[in-house]
Design a protein around this ligand. Structure first.
Ligand SMILES: [Zn+2]
Length: 65
């Protein structure tokens, strides 16, 4: 059981926890290859919240629209 960070409800014992990222940070990954430095850009999750099944469904629907 856990507390949903969105609706603050305590979930049922077998309810699935969904981690939902709410904050990202830009990140540069650098690596060396044949004496050249190659940089790739990506995103790193800074903060994520725990969601109950209901809230996870709702958020998924919002993203789909
Ligand atoms: Zn919830």
């Amino acid at each position: 059981m856990f507390k949903c960070d969105n609706c603050k409800r305590i979930t049922q014992p077998r309810e699935k926890l969904t981690k939902y990222p709410v904050e990202y940070r830009d990140r540069v990954y650098q690596y060396e290859r044949k004496r050249r430095t190659i940089a790739t850009y990506g995103k790193e999750i800074v903060k994520e919240i725990n969601l109950c099944e209901d809230c996870a469904k709702k958020l998924k629907n919002l993203e789909a629209n």
